[in-house]
Design a binder for this molecule. Structure first.
Ligand code: GAR
Length: 202
């Protein structure tokens, strides 16, 4: 059987980006990777239901009341248990330390809902990113998939896709369009690209 890269997805919320990966895999397009576990930083996140519905293992590792080190050792335990080789941050709302990102160097990818280097870094997450884009008055925004290093949203860019801003756009409408037109497309394809290139390097 063809060797596949073990992929774990880290989530904190609804998990529509996780769903995009699940659908991409179901369509037979994730040819170099296999989704082995979904880990949520939030108890009861809907993303966990999405994973369970396709029989993917789930775990919850919360951040609250823990040191960064304790939180990350909880994550590492779950990742090692399933031999994760690539980690996808799909709406994962926790910052990771240099120790963690070094451990999985060039093996963690994140989707961010803007064209980095605009509207990114600490404090820019979820709807806030779209509010900032509209407040600034940019005419084009989009999404970026990048490798994760110790600088929030600072790692090497893998893929970007632009989305036009409409007149009278709201943060919610823009968020939905950026997801549909950009995030849900470039995240799964970037994941396949990263897994494929890891296999090629073996
Ligand atoms: C997505 O728009 C994702 O790009 C963003 O949160 C949303 C999660 O939605 N992530 C960040 O802002 C990270 N900085 P989802 O749970 O439905 O995939």
């Amino acid at each position: 059987m063809k060797r596949l890269i073990n992929v774990a997805v880290l989530v904190s919320g609804g998990g529509t980006n996780l769903q995009a990966i699940i659908d991409y895999a179901a369509e037979g397009n994730l040819k170099s990777g296999n989704l082995v576990k979904v880990i949520s930083s939030k108890e009861g996140a809907y993303a966990l239901e999405r994973a369970k519905s396709v029989d993917v293992k789930t775990a919850v590792v919360t951040r609250k009341g823990k040191t960064q080190e304790e939180f990350e050792s909880g994550l590492i335990k779950e990742l090692e248990e399933c031999n994760a080789e690539v980690i996808v941050l799909a709406g994962f709302m926790c910052i990771l330390s240099k120790d963690f990102t070094d451990r999985y160097k060039d093996r963690i990818i994140n989707v961010h809902p803007s064209l980095i280097p605009s509207f990114c870094g600490e404090g820019f997450y979820g709807l806030k990113v779209h509010e900032a884009a509209l407040a600034y008055g940019v005419k084009v925004t989009g999404a970026t998939v990048h490798f994760v290093n110790e600088i929030p949203d600072g790692g090497k860019i893998i893929m970007q896709r632009a989305v036009k801003i409409k007149e009278n756009d709201t943060p919610e409408a823009l968020q939905k369009r950026v997801m549909e037109q950009a995030e849900w497309k470039i995240l799964p394809t970037s994941l396949e690209q990263v897994c494929k290139s890891l296999l090629k390097g073996e």
